[in-house]
Design a protein around this ligand. Structure first.
Ligand SMILES: [Zn+2]
Length: 459
């Protein structure tokens, strides 16, 4: 069987031209339907004829003076490469002198360049961003090339530059995405905060100018919102590149948090996030993750069980120490960390420093006390919060951190970043993870909206 695919183009005057796109021959034992290569070749050819026809029309429309309608004089031609997901098009772009009625200067215009705008189509830019946010450039390029006729359409260098520019744009325009939320509800009462909490965490990324394997990391702040309904959104920024409070204000506003509604900020109380949590105090209440406290206490009880049992009274002694530790846990749960600290101090007297293990345990106890001291202000009455169904743990953030930072940034240890480069890619990445990037593109390129130009498929 022989099959021919034709493209018929009808111009404004009603005249039609048809072009052969593909001729395919199949016997019964041949491949069923299209092969990937045929599909790539066909979309590539259709794209070329479509864009060339559109370009001709755009050039004709813009080669007369809009004021006096006289034809503009030709001033040479140059070539424009237009990159699309269906291949790179090399288009002839005529230049015209500006009309004498418009200007006394002999400047020239290029209607095609004006019509095209950027030299990469929005759809290709969207694909570039979508893939770069999730995978390395090399892997992305290989995957895309198997399904699309991308030859010559993109290179990793251009791709990186596009994504960087896009990240900077997303960052710059963040304030435009903020929803204007009315402060009052339909009953004239202040609106409830739509978020239950925001969890924040930090990650480290290897700097491109790192002097050695151990040195040269910089910090990335990552977090996720826990809304009362629906799924949360992630945010990420590089500390060196952004003001944390400004970021948080935007992140909250974008989700409709009215500034006067306090938000709960949960973190594990580590050194890196404690600072940020303090900064966010202006927007609500910072709270230490309960499970991190509990986990540290479990580690302490393991260390106590590991104390040497060579003395006569050792088993009792260890039991006694474990009981004391348990006595310290309850006050933390009920929001009285000072009482817990007293109890742990008692424990340090009971344990002594006789053995090496006891010594090591003393260090751990001291570290724990320092941790509690550093986070005193963020230890709430967990029991109370828990009873009221309020979040006390950052579990919902940890997966977000892995999603945002580890996979793309850290796990690939060979990858090194500049703070600015990482920051910009993170802006694209979080928009992709939040499933917001398509909306951003539709805002930038209204012609991408699926409802603006309905595709009429042949029945
Ligand atoms: Zn004119």
């Amino acid at each position: 069987m022989k099959m021919r695919v034709q493209l018929v183009i009808e111009d404004a005057s009603g005249a039609t031209t048809s072009t052969d796109i593909a001729a395919i021959e199949r016997r019964t034992d041949d491949l069923i339907g299209l092969s990937l290569e045929e599909a790539k070749a066909m979309t590539g050819t259709v794209q070329r004829f479509m864009v060339e026809a559109q370009a001709r029309e755009a050039i004709v429309q813009n080669s007369t003076c809009p004021e006096c309608q006289s034809r503009l004089c030709r001033n040479g031609t140059h070539r424009i490469h237009y990159r699309t997901p269906f291949g790179r098009l090399d288009l002839d772009s005529p230049r015209f002198y500006r009309c004498r009625c418009q200007t006394s200067r002999r400047g020239s215009i290029s209607p095609l360049a004006l019509w095209l705008g950027a030299h990469t189509s929005p759809e290709l830019q969207y694909l570039e961003a979508q893939f770069a946010a999730l995978l390395s450039y090399g892997v992305s390029a290989r995957i895309l090339a198997t399904v699309l006729a991308l030859e010559r359409a993109t290179s990793i260098t251009t791709w990186k530059r596009h994504v960087g520019t896009m990240g900077a744009r997303l960052d710059r325009e963040a304030h435009e995405r903020i929803a204007a939320v009315p402060a009052l509800n339909d009953f004239g009462l202040p609106k409830r905060n739509p978020l239950q909490a925001v969890g924040i965490d930090g990650g480290y990324v290897k700097a491109s100018d790192a002097p050695s394997r151990q040195e040269g990391w910089f910090e990335v702040m990552v977090g996720k919102s826990l809304p009362r309904a629906g799924t949360g959104q992630v945010f990420a920024f590089v500390h060196l590149e952004a003001k944390p409070t400004e970021r948080m204000e935007r992140f909250l506003a974008e989700q409709g948090v009215f500034p006067a509604r306090p938000t709960t900020f949960l973190s594990d109380g580590g050194d890196s996030v404690r600072q940020a949590q303090g900064d966010f105090r202006a927007f609500g209440e910072p709270i230490l993750d309960w499970f991190h406290v509990a986990m540290r206490m479990t580690q302490l009880s393991q260390a106590i069980k590991g104390l040497p049992a060579d003395e006569q009274d050792a088993p009792d002694h260890i039991e006694e120490c474990l009981r004391t530790l348990r006595r310290a846990k309850a006050p933390v749960w009920h929001g009285s960390p000072h009482r817990a600290l007293h109890t742990i101090e008692e424990l340090t007297w009971d344990i002594g420093t006789e053995s090496e293990r006891a010594q090591a345990l003393q260090d751990k106890l001291e570290e724990f006390m320092n941790y509690v001291m550093a986070n005193l202000a963020t230890i709430p009455n967990y029991a109370d919060r828990h009873r009221h169904g309020e979040p006390i743990a950052t579990g919902f953030v940890e997966s977000a951190v892995n999603q945002v930072v580890s996979k793309r940034f850290v796990k690939q240890q060979q990858m090194r970043w500049t703070p600015n480069g990482a920051h910009r890619l993170l802006q694209v990445r979080t928009r992709v993870l939040n499933q917001q990037l398509r909306k951003d593109f539709e805002r930038w390129h209204p012609q991408l909206r699926s409802d603006s130009d309905p595709v009429r498929m042949a029945a």
